[in-house]
Design a protein around this ligand. Structure first.
Ligand SMILES: Cc1cc2nc3c(=O)[nH]c(=O)nc-3n(C[C@H](O)[C@H](O)[C@H](O)COP(=O)(O)OP(=O)(O)OC[C@H]3O[C@@H](n4cnc5c(N)ncnc54)[C@H](O)[C@@H]3O)c2cc1C
Length: 400
Protein backbone atom coordinates (compact mmCIF):
# COMPACT_ATOMS: atom_id res chain seq x y z
CA UNK A 1 0.00 0.00 0.00
CA UNK A 2 1.36 3.43 -0.97
CA UNK A 3 -0.13 6.35 0.89
CA UNK A 4 0.16 10.09 1.39
CA UNK A 5 -1.36 11.24 -1.87
CA UNK A 6 -3.81 14.08 -1.77
CA UNK A 7 -5.24 13.15 -5.15
CA UNK A 8 -4.96 9.99 -7.25
CA UNK A 9 -5.81 10.52 -10.92
CA UNK A 10 -6.55 7.68 -13.36
CA UNK A 11 -5.63 8.59 -16.96
CA UNK A 12 -2.94 10.94 -18.31
CA UNK A 13 -4.91 12.26 -21.30
CA UNK A 14 -5.62 16.01 -21.61
CA UNK A 15 -8.10 16.00 -18.71
CA UNK A 16 -5.96 13.98 -16.27
CA UNK A 17 -2.66 15.75 -17.01
CA UNK A 18 -4.27 19.19 -16.77
CA UNK A 19 -5.89 18.41 -13.43
CA UNK A 20 -2.61 16.92 -12.16
CA UNK A 21 -0.61 19.99 -13.23
CA UNK A 22 -2.96 22.50 -11.63
CA UNK A 23 -3.21 20.54 -8.37
CA UNK A 24 0.55 19.92 -8.14
CA UNK A 25 1.16 23.62 -8.73
CA UNK A 26 -0.96 24.34 -5.67
CA UNK A 27 1.33 22.09 -3.64
CA UNK A 28 -0.82 18.95 -3.48
CA UNK A 29 0.73 15.47 -3.72
CA UNK A 30 -0.65 14.04 -6.95
CA UNK A 31 -0.27 10.54 -8.41
CA UNK A 32 -1.37 9.80 -11.98
CA UNK A 33 -1.91 6.15 -12.96
CA UNK A 34 -1.96 5.70 -16.74
CA UNK A 35 -2.86 2.44 -18.47
CA UNK A 36 -0.76 2.97 -21.62
CA UNK A 37 2.86 3.72 -22.42
CA UNK A 38 3.25 7.16 -24.13
CA UNK A 39 3.24 8.18 -26.92
CA UNK A 40 0.10 6.22 -27.73
CA UNK A 41 -2.35 6.52 -30.59
CA UNK A 42 -5.34 8.79 -29.97
CA UNK A 43 -7.91 10.60 -32.07
CA UNK A 44 -9.14 14.14 -31.22
CA UNK A 45 -6.83 16.56 -33.03
CA UNK A 46 -8.73 19.79 -33.47
CA UNK A 47 -9.08 22.14 -30.51
CA UNK A 48 -11.33 25.12 -29.73
CA UNK A 49 -10.39 28.56 -28.33
CA UNK A 50 -11.86 27.65 -24.91
CA UNK A 51 -9.26 24.86 -24.70
CA UNK A 52 -6.49 27.20 -25.83
CA UNK A 53 -7.32 29.44 -22.85
CA UNK A 54 -6.54 26.52 -20.51
CA UNK A 55 -3.33 25.68 -22.41
CA UNK A 56 -2.28 29.33 -22.03
CA UNK A 57 -2.81 29.04 -18.30
CA UNK A 58 -0.59 25.92 -18.27
CA UNK A 59 2.09 27.95 -20.13
CA UNK A 60 2.78 25.11 -22.56
CA UNK A 61 5.42 25.93 -25.11
CA UNK A 62 4.11 24.93 -28.50
CA UNK A 63 6.63 23.37 -30.93
CA UNK A 64 5.68 23.78 -34.59
CA UNK A 65 6.07 20.03 -35.10
CA UNK A 66 3.10 19.39 -32.79
CA UNK A 67 0.70 22.31 -33.36
CA UNK A 68 -0.83 23.93 -36.42
CA UNK A 69 -2.77 27.20 -36.33
CA UNK A 70 -6.58 26.86 -36.61
CA UNK A 71 -8.51 29.94 -37.73
CA UNK A 72 -11.96 28.33 -37.60
CA UNK A 73 -14.08 25.92 -39.62
CA UNK A 74 -15.48 25.50 -43.11
CA UNK A 75 -18.77 23.67 -43.60
CA UNK A 76 -18.85 22.31 -47.11
CA UNK A 77 -21.73 20.77 -49.06
CA UNK A 78 -20.44 19.06 -52.17
CA UNK A 79 -23.97 18.56 -53.53
CA UNK A 80 -24.92 22.26 -53.50
CA UNK A 81 -21.33 23.58 -53.73
CA UNK A 82 -22.03 25.83 -50.74
CA UNK A 83 -19.32 26.64 -48.23
CA UNK A 84 -19.74 28.48 -44.96
CA UNK A 85 -16.56 29.79 -43.39
CA UNK A 86 -16.49 30.56 -39.68
CA UNK A 87 -13.53 32.38 -38.17
CA UNK A 88 -13.06 32.50 -34.39
CA UNK A 89 -12.17 36.17 -34.92
CA UNK A 90 -15.92 36.79 -35.29
CA UNK A 91 -16.83 35.46 -31.83
CA UNK A 92 -17.98 37.57 -28.88
CA UNK A 93 -15.01 39.11 -27.08
CA UNK A 94 -13.33 37.03 -24.40
CA UNK A 95 -11.44 33.83 -25.17
CA UNK A 96 -8.51 33.56 -27.62
CA UNK A 97 -9.46 34.28 -31.26
CA UNK A 98 -7.90 31.12 -32.67
CA UNK A 99 -7.27 27.47 -31.82
CA UNK A 100 -4.81 24.69 -32.71
CA UNK A 101 -4.79 21.37 -34.52
CA UNK A 102 -2.46 18.97 -32.76
CA UNK A 103 -0.45 15.82 -33.36
CA UNK A 104 -2.40 14.11 -30.64
CA UNK A 105 0.07 11.46 -29.35
CA UNK A 106 2.79 14.14 -28.97
CA UNK A 107 0.41 16.73 -27.56
CA UNK A 108 -0.51 14.28 -24.80
CA UNK A 109 3.20 13.65 -24.09
CA UNK A 110 3.69 17.42 -23.76
CA UNK A 111 0.79 17.70 -21.30
CA UNK A 112 2.00 14.67 -19.34
CA UNK A 113 5.51 16.18 -19.10
CA UNK A 114 4.00 19.46 -17.92
CA UNK A 115 2.28 17.59 -15.05
CA UNK A 116 5.56 15.89 -14.17
CA UNK A 117 7.37 19.23 -14.23
CA UNK A 118 4.76 20.64 -11.83
CA UNK A 119 5.56 17.83 -9.39
CA UNK A 120 2.95 15.13 -10.13
CA UNK A 121 4.14 11.51 -10.10
CA UNK A 122 3.14 9.67 -13.27
CA UNK A 123 3.11 5.88 -13.53
CA UNK A 124 2.59 4.27 -16.93
CA UNK A 125 1.33 0.75 -17.65
CA UNK A 126 -0.70 1.10 -14.46
CA UNK A 127 -4.35 0.45 -15.35
CA UNK A 128 -6.67 1.12 -12.43
CA UNK A 129 -8.86 -1.90 -11.69
CA UNK A 130 -10.85 -0.94 -8.60
CA UNK A 131 -11.66 2.14 -6.56
CA UNK A 132 -12.90 1.76 -2.96
CA UNK A 133 -14.21 4.81 -1.20
CA UNK A 134 -14.44 4.90 2.59
CA UNK A 135 -15.37 7.87 4.80
CA UNK A 136 -11.64 8.41 5.54
CA UNK A 137 -9.91 7.83 2.20
CA UNK A 138 -10.01 6.42 -1.26
CA UNK A 139 -8.13 3.23 -2.20
CA UNK A 140 -7.14 2.90 -5.85
CA UNK A 141 -5.84 -0.49 -7.00
CA UNK A 142 -3.86 -1.60 -10.04
CA UNK A 143 -2.73 -5.21 -10.58
CA UNK A 144 0.43 -4.59 -8.58
CA UNK A 145 -0.31 -1.99 -5.92
CA UNK A 146 -2.95 -0.17 -3.96
CA UNK A 147 -2.68 3.58 -3.45
CA UNK A 148 -4.42 5.62 -0.79
CA UNK A 149 -5.45 9.22 -1.26
CA UNK A 150 -7.88 11.83 -0.04
CA UNK A 151 -9.61 12.17 -3.43
CA UNK A 152 -9.91 10.28 -6.72
CA UNK A 153 -10.22 11.82 -10.19
CA UNK A 154 -11.42 9.57 -13.00
CA UNK A 155 -9.90 10.89 -16.25
CA UNK A 156 -9.96 7.55 -18.08
CA UNK A 157 -11.68 8.92 -21.19
CA UNK A 158 -13.70 6.31 -23.08
CA UNK A 159 -12.39 3.80 -20.50
CA UNK A 160 -15.11 5.38 -18.28
CA UNK A 161 -13.80 3.61 -15.20
CA UNK A 162 -16.25 4.88 -12.57
CA UNK A 163 -19.23 4.74 -14.92
CA UNK A 164 -18.42 1.09 -15.63
CA UNK A 165 -17.88 0.26 -11.96
CA UNK A 166 -21.15 2.01 -11.01
CA UNK A 167 -23.03 0.97 -14.18
CA UNK A 168 -24.01 4.55 -14.89
CA UNK A 169 -23.38 4.81 -18.63
CA UNK A 170 -26.33 6.13 -20.62
CA UNK A 171 -25.62 5.77 -24.37
CA UNK A 172 -26.72 8.61 -26.67
CA UNK A 173 -27.80 6.80 -29.81
CA UNK A 174 -29.31 9.67 -31.79
CA UNK A 175 -25.88 11.03 -32.78
CA UNK A 176 -23.14 9.62 -35.03
CA UNK A 177 -22.69 5.91 -34.24
CA UNK A 178 -19.42 4.98 -35.95
CA UNK A 179 -16.33 6.82 -37.10
CA UNK A 180 -13.67 5.61 -39.54
CA UNK A 181 -10.50 7.63 -40.04
CA UNK A 182 -7.09 7.63 -41.65
CA UNK A 183 -4.04 9.88 -41.79
CA UNK A 184 -2.39 10.91 -45.05
CA UNK A 185 1.29 11.89 -45.15
CA UNK A 186 3.22 13.92 -47.70
CA UNK A 187 0.22 16.08 -48.62
CA UNK A 188 1.43 19.16 -50.53
CA UNK A 189 1.11 22.29 -48.36
CA UNK A 190 -1.21 24.11 -50.77
CA UNK A 191 -3.80 21.33 -50.53
CA UNK A 192 -3.93 21.64 -46.75
CA UNK A 193 -4.93 25.29 -47.17
CA UNK A 194 -3.25 28.35 -45.70
CA UNK A 195 -6.22 29.26 -43.45
CA UNK A 196 -5.83 26.34 -41.01
CA UNK A 197 -9.60 25.68 -40.99
CA UNK A 198 -11.05 22.29 -40.20
CA UNK A 199 -13.27 21.15 -43.10
CA UNK A 200 -16.60 19.61 -42.19
CA UNK A 201 -18.06 17.97 -45.29
CA UNK A 202 -21.79 17.44 -44.87
CA UNK A 203 -23.42 14.24 -46.04
CA UNK A 204 -27.12 14.84 -45.31
CA UNK A 205 -29.02 11.82 -43.99
CA UNK A 206 -25.80 9.82 -43.59
CA UNK A 207 -23.42 11.82 -41.42
CA UNK A 208 -20.43 14.03 -42.09
CA UNK A 209 -16.71 13.90 -42.72
CA UNK A 210 -13.74 15.84 -41.40
CA UNK A 211 -10.50 17.07 -42.94
CA UNK A 212 -7.98 18.35 -40.38
CA UNK A 213 -4.68 19.86 -41.57
CA UNK A 214 -1.87 18.75 -39.25
CA UNK A 215 1.78 19.78 -38.96
CA UNK A 216 4.39 18.03 -41.13
CA UNK A 217 2.20 17.91 -44.28
CA UNK A 218 -0.24 15.53 -42.68
CA UNK A 219 -3.98 15.36 -43.15
CA UNK A 220 -6.46 13.63 -40.86
CA UNK A 221 -9.57 12.42 -42.71
CA UNK A 222 -12.53 10.84 -40.99
CA UNK A 223 -16.11 9.96 -41.63
CA UNK A 224 -18.85 9.81 -39.01
CA UNK A 225 -21.95 7.81 -39.82
CA UNK A 226 -25.41 7.53 -38.30
CA UNK A 227 -25.20 3.90 -39.39
CA UNK A 228 -23.65 1.66 -36.69
CA UNK A 229 -22.54 -0.86 -39.35
CA UNK A 230 -19.90 1.25 -41.13
CA UNK A 231 -16.57 -0.47 -41.87
CA UNK A 232 -13.00 0.83 -41.58
CA UNK A 233 -12.78 1.01 -45.39
CA UNK A 234 -15.35 3.86 -45.40
CA UNK A 235 -12.66 6.55 -45.79
CA UNK A 236 -11.27 4.88 -48.89
CA UNK A 237 -14.78 4.72 -50.41
CA UNK A 238 -15.51 8.32 -49.44
CA UNK A 239 -12.30 9.55 -51.02
CA UNK A 240 -13.20 7.74 -54.24
CA UNK A 241 -16.62 9.45 -54.37
CA UNK A 242 -15.71 12.95 -53.17
CA UNK A 243 -13.86 15.16 -55.68
CA UNK A 244 -12.80 17.41 -52.80
CA UNK A 245 -11.23 14.63 -50.74
CA UNK A 246 -9.77 12.96 -53.76
CA UNK A 247 -8.00 16.21 -54.52
CA UNK A 248 -6.71 16.54 -50.93
CA UNK A 249 -5.28 13.03 -50.75
CA UNK A 250 -4.19 12.23 -54.30
CA UNK A 251 -0.59 10.97 -54.35
CA UNK A 252 -0.18 11.05 -50.56
CA UNK A 253 0.62 8.15 -48.24
CA UNK A 254 -2.37 6.74 -46.30
CA UNK A 255 -2.07 5.07 -42.89
CA UNK A 256 -4.10 1.97 -42.02
CA UNK A 257 -7.75 2.76 -41.34
CA UNK A 258 -9.19 2.90 -37.81
CA UNK A 259 -12.76 2.38 -36.69
CA UNK A 260 -14.46 3.48 -33.44
CA UNK A 261 -18.09 3.11 -32.45
CA UNK A 262 -20.74 3.95 -29.88
CA UNK A 263 -18.71 6.69 -28.26
CA UNK A 264 -21.52 9.13 -27.37
CA UNK A 265 -22.88 8.72 -23.84
CA UNK A 266 -23.40 10.43 -20.53
CA UNK A 267 -22.24 9.18 -17.13
CA UNK A 268 -25.25 9.76 -14.88
CA UNK A 269 -23.14 9.77 -11.67
CA UNK A 270 -20.10 11.90 -12.59
CA UNK A 271 -19.21 12.80 -9.00
CA UNK A 272 -19.81 11.69 -5.41
CA UNK A 273 -18.07 11.40 -2.08
CA UNK A 274 -14.31 11.66 -2.69
CA UNK A 275 -14.47 11.33 -6.48
CA UNK A 276 -15.09 13.28 -9.68
CA UNK A 277 -15.12 12.22 -13.34
CA UNK A 278 -13.67 14.70 -15.82
CA UNK A 279 -13.31 14.88 -19.60
CA UNK A 280 -14.75 11.93 -21.51
CA UNK A 281 -15.17 10.00 -18.25
CA UNK A 282 -18.12 12.32 -17.51
CA UNK A 283 -19.67 12.44 -20.99
CA UNK A 284 -18.83 12.45 -24.64
CA UNK A 285 -20.79 13.89 -27.54
CA UNK A 286 -20.45 13.35 -31.25
CA UNK A 287 -17.21 15.05 -32.39
CA UNK A 288 -18.79 17.18 -35.15
CA UNK A 289 -17.95 20.47 -33.41
CA UNK A 290 -14.54 19.34 -32.07
CA UNK A 291 -15.56 19.98 -28.48
CA UNK A 292 -14.03 16.88 -26.75
CA UNK A 293 -10.48 17.88 -25.84
CA UNK A 294 -11.40 21.49 -25.05
CA UNK A 295 -14.27 20.49 -22.76
CA UNK A 296 -11.91 17.96 -21.15
CA UNK A 297 -9.39 20.75 -20.42
CA UNK A 298 -12.06 23.11 -19.09
CA UNK A 299 -13.67 20.40 -16.94
CA UNK A 300 -10.24 19.67 -15.40
CA UNK A 301 -9.70 23.35 -14.64
CA UNK A 302 -13.15 23.81 -13.10
CA UNK A 303 -12.83 20.62 -11.04
CA UNK A 304 -9.46 21.66 -9.63
CA UNK A 305 -10.83 25.08 -8.65
CA UNK A 306 -13.47 23.46 -6.40
CA UNK A 307 -11.36 20.53 -5.25
CA UNK A 308 -8.45 22.69 -4.21
CA UNK A 309 -10.69 24.73 -1.94
CA UNK A 310 -12.20 21.58 -0.41
CA UNK A 311 -8.80 19.97 0.18
CA UNK A 312 -7.70 23.13 1.94
CA UNK A 313 -10.91 23.21 4.04
CA UNK A 314 -10.66 19.45 4.63
CA UNK A 315 -14.23 18.83 3.47
CA UNK A 316 -13.40 16.85 0.31
CA UNK A 317 -15.46 13.89 1.60
CA UNK A 318 -18.71 15.85 1.14
CA UNK A 319 -20.54 14.30 -1.82
CA UNK A 320 -21.77 17.57 -3.35
CA UNK A 321 -18.59 19.62 -3.65
CA UNK A 322 -18.61 19.06 -7.42
CA UNK A 323 -22.26 20.09 -7.92
CA UNK A 324 -21.25 23.52 -9.36
CA UNK A 325 -18.88 21.85 -11.84
CA UNK A 326 -21.60 19.40 -12.84
CA UNK A 327 -23.95 22.34 -13.42
CA UNK A 328 -21.39 24.19 -15.59
CA UNK A 329 -20.49 21.10 -17.60
CA UNK A 330 -24.17 20.30 -17.97
CA UNK A 331 -24.63 23.74 -19.60
CA UNK A 332 -21.95 22.81 -22.11
CA UNK A 333 -23.49 19.36 -22.64
CA UNK A 334 -26.95 20.84 -23.25
CA UNK A 335 -25.65 23.52 -25.61
CA UNK A 336 -23.56 21.18 -27.74
CA UNK A 337 -26.15 18.39 -27.74
CA UNK A 338 -28.85 20.87 -28.93
CA UNK A 339 -26.52 21.98 -31.67
CA UNK A 340 -25.59 18.43 -32.69
CA UNK A 341 -29.25 17.33 -32.67
CA UNK A 342 -30.05 20.21 -35.02
CA UNK A 343 -27.07 19.32 -37.18
CA UNK A 344 -28.35 15.77 -37.72
CA UNK A 345 -32.10 16.05 -37.49
CA UNK A 346 -33.01 19.44 -38.97
CA UNK A 347 -31.58 21.36 -41.85
CA UNK A 348 -29.58 23.35 -39.34
CA UNK A 349 -26.67 24.19 -41.53
CA UNK A 350 -29.06 25.49 -44.21
CA UNK A 351 -31.58 27.14 -41.89
CA UNK A 352 -29.36 28.38 -39.16
CA UNK A 353 -25.87 28.85 -40.48
CA UNK A 354 -26.54 30.01 -44.00
CA UNK A 355 -29.66 32.07 -43.11
CA UNK A 356 -28.17 33.31 -39.85
CA UNK A 357 -25.20 34.74 -41.64
CA UNK A 358 -27.45 37.73 -42.39
CA UNK A 359 -28.06 38.34 -38.67
CA UNK A 360 -24.85 39.69 -37.17
CA UNK A 361 -25.70 39.11 -33.48
CA UNK A 362 -26.78 35.51 -34.08
CA UNK A 363 -23.77 34.78 -36.20
CA UNK A 364 -21.44 36.11 -33.51
CA UNK A 365 -23.31 33.96 -31.00
CA UNK A 366 -23.01 30.82 -33.13
CA UNK A 367 -19.29 31.38 -33.54
CA UNK A 368 -18.90 31.82 -29.77
CA UNK A 369 -20.61 28.48 -29.16
CA UNK A 370 -18.41 26.88 -31.82
CA UNK A 371 -15.42 28.36 -29.98
CA UNK A 372 -16.55 26.48 -26.86
CA UNK A 373 -17.34 29.73 -25.03
CA UNK A 374 -20.61 28.47 -23.57
CA UNK A 375 -20.68 29.95 -20.07
CA UNK A 376 -21.83 33.50 -20.71
CA UNK A 377 -25.17 35.30 -20.47
CA UNK A 378 -24.87 37.70 -23.40
CA UNK A 379 -25.17 35.24 -26.28
CA UNK A 380 -28.55 35.58 -28.08
CA UNK A 381 -27.98 32.37 -30.02
CA UNK A 382 -27.34 30.34 -26.88
CA UNK A 383 -30.41 31.95 -25.25
CA UNK A 384 -32.45 30.75 -28.21
CA UNK A 385 -31.10 27.20 -27.73
CA UNK A 386 -31.98 27.35 -24.02
CA UNK A 387 -35.52 28.64 -24.75
CA UNK A 388 -36.23 25.97 -27.33
CA UNK A 389 -34.92 23.30 -24.96
CA UNK A 390 -37.32 24.49 -22.25
CA UNK A 391 -40.20 24.46 -24.75
CA UNK A 392 -39.30 20.92 -25.83
CA UNK A 393 -39.09 19.76 -22.22
CA UNK A 394 -42.53 21.28 -21.51
CA UNK A 395 -44.06 19.57 -24.54
CA UNK A 396 -42.50 16.24 -23.51
CA UNK A 397 -44.00 16.64 -20.05
CA UNK A 398 -47.40 17.48 -21.59
CA UNK A 399 -47.26 14.39 -23.85
CA UNK A 400 -46.23 12.19 -20.93
C1 LIG B 1 -13.99 9.84 -33.97
C2 LIG B 1 -13.60 10.87 -32.96
C3 LIG B 1 -13.09 12.09 -33.37
C4 LIG B 1 -12.74 13.08 -32.44
N1 LIG B 1 -12.28 14.29 -32.87
C5 LIG B 1 -12.06 15.26 -31.96
C6 LIG B 1 -11.58 16.54 -32.37
O1 LIG B 1 -11.37 16.82 -33.55
N2 LIG B 1 -11.38 17.48 -31.42
C7 LIG B 1 -11.59 17.23 -30.10
O2 LIG B 1 -11.41 18.11 -29.28
N3 LIG B 1 -11.99 16.01 -29.68
C8 LIG B 1 -12.23 15.03 -30.57
N4 LIG B 1 -12.61 13.80 -30.14
C9 LIG B 1 -12.78 13.59 -28.70
C10 LIG B 1 -11.47 13.48 -27.93
O3 LIG B 1 -10.74 12.39 -28.42
C11 LIG B 1 -11.77 13.27 -26.45
O4 LIG B 1 -12.83 14.09 -26.06
C12 LIG B 1 -10.55 13.59 -25.57
O5 LIG B 1 -9.47 12.77 -25.89
C13 LIG B 1 -10.92 13.45 -24.09
O6 LIG B 1 -9.78 13.61 -23.28
P1 LIG B 1 -9.69 12.83 -21.89
O7 LIG B 1 -8.46 13.29 -21.24
O8 LIG B 1 -10.99 12.92 -21.17
O9 LIG B 1 -9.57 11.28 -22.30
P2 LIG B 1 -8.42 10.54 -23.13
O10 LIG B 1 -7.70 11.49 -23.97
O11 LIG B 1 -9.06 9.39 -23.80
O12 LIG B 1 -7.42 10.03 -22.01
C14 LIG B 1 -7.79 8.98 -21.16
C15 LIG B 1 -6.55 8.25 -20.71
O13 LIG B 1 -6.92 7.33 -19.70
C16 LIG B 1 -6.20 6.12 -19.89
N5 LIG B 1 -6.98 5.05 -19.24
C17 LIG B 1 -8.11 4.45 -19.68
N6 LIG B 1 -8.54 3.55 -18.78
C18 LIG B 1 -7.66 3.60 -17.74
C19 LIG B 1 -7.56 2.92 -16.50
N7 LIG B 1 -8.46 1.99 -16.11
N8 LIG B 1 -6.53 3.23 -15.68
C20 LIG B 1 -5.59 4.15 -16.04
N9 LIG B 1 -5.63 4.81 -17.22
C21 LIG B 1 -6.66 4.56 -18.05
C22 LIG B 1 -6.10 5.98 -21.39
O14 LIG B 1 -5.01 5.16 -21.76
C23 LIG B 1 -5.90 7.44 -21.81
O15 LIG B 1 -4.52 7.78 -21.92
C24 LIG B 1 -12.93 12.81 -31.06
C25 LIG B 1 -13.43 11.57 -30.63
C26 LIG B 1 -13.77 10.61 -31.57
C27 LIG B 1 -14.33 9.28 -31.08
Amino acid sequence: MKTNFDVVVAGAGPAGSTAATLLAEEGYQVLVLEKAQFPRHHIGESLLPSGVAVLNRLKLSLPGSIFRFKRGAQFVCEKTHRTLTVSFEEALAGPPRHAWHVERPLFDVLLRDRARQAGAIIEHEAPVRTVSITPQQVLVATHHSTYAGRYFIDATGQGRLMARLHRTIKPLREFGRTAAYQHFDEVPAERLGSDGDIRIVMQPGEGWAWGIPLPNNRLSLGIVSLNPGMTAQAVEKMVAHSPLMYNWTQGSKPSSPCLVGNYSYINTAPYGARYACIGDAAYFLDPVFSSGVSLALVSAEKTVKHLSLSLRNRNEFEPDIMAPVRSDMNDAFQTFSSLIRRFYHTKMVDNLFFAASANEAYRQGIVSVLAGDVWRNDNPFQDMLRRSRRTNQRSHVAIA
